[in-house]
Design a protein around this ligand. Structure first.
Ligand SMILES: [Ca+2]
Ligand SMILES: [Ca+2]
Length: 135
C-alpha cells in the first residue's frame, strides 16, 4: 500500500511538473504575442474562424487549451469554448493523443488549413497567430 502511495505520489509530482512546464511554455508564447501588443487568437464566432482559415496556409496555434483541466477547453482570455464552436474539432478530435504515449498529453489546439482543429502537444513547434485590438 505504501509502495502504491509512493508510486502515485511520484506520478503526481511528474504531472505537476509537466503542467508547470506547459504553462511556462504557453506563457512564453503569450508574452511574445503581448510584446507585439496582442495575444494568441481567440475565436469568438464563425466569422472569425472563416477569416482565420482564409489567411492560414499551414498548421497554426490558436489560443485554446485544456492545460488546467483535461477535457475542459478554454481560450487564453479565460472564456470557455462554447458549444457552438466545438464543431470545428476535426473528426475524432480532441483525443488527447489517443492514449498513445508516443503523442503524450495533447493540451493545446491548432487550426489546420481547412477550418478544423486538432489538439496537439503544447511543446510541438509551429507557427502561431495572434490578434490585437484595433487602436
Ligand atoms: Ca488534453
Ligand atoms: Ca489530437
Amino acid at each position: 500500500m505504501i509502495e502504491e502511495r509512493d508510486r502515485l505520489n511520484a506520478t503526481l509530482t511528474e504531472m505537476s511538473n509537466e503542467i508547470i512546464r506547459l504553462q511556462s511554455l504557453l506563457k512564453k508564447t503569450r508574452e511574445d504575442c503581448r510584446n507585439r501588443g496582442g495575444d494568441l487568437v481567440v475565436i469568438n464566432d464563425d466569422d472569425e474562424q472563416n477569416f482565420l482559415s482564409a489567411i492560414i496556409n499551414k498548421e497554426t496555434w490558436i489560443g485554446l487549451n485544456d492545460i488546467e483541466t483535461e477535457g475542459s477547453w478554454k481560450w487564453v482570455d479565460d472564456t470557455p469554448l462554447t458549444q457552438l464552436l466545438t464543431k470545428y474539432w476535426s473528426k475524432k478530435q480532441p483525443d488527447n493523443g489517443g492514449g498513445d504515449p508516443l503523442w503524450g498529453e495533447e493540451d493545446c489546439a491548432q487550426s489546420l488549413t481547412y477550418k478544423v482543429w486538432n489538439d496537439v502537444k503544447c511543446s510541438d513547434s509551429m507557427q502561431w497567430i495572434y490578434e490585437k485590438d484595433p487602436v
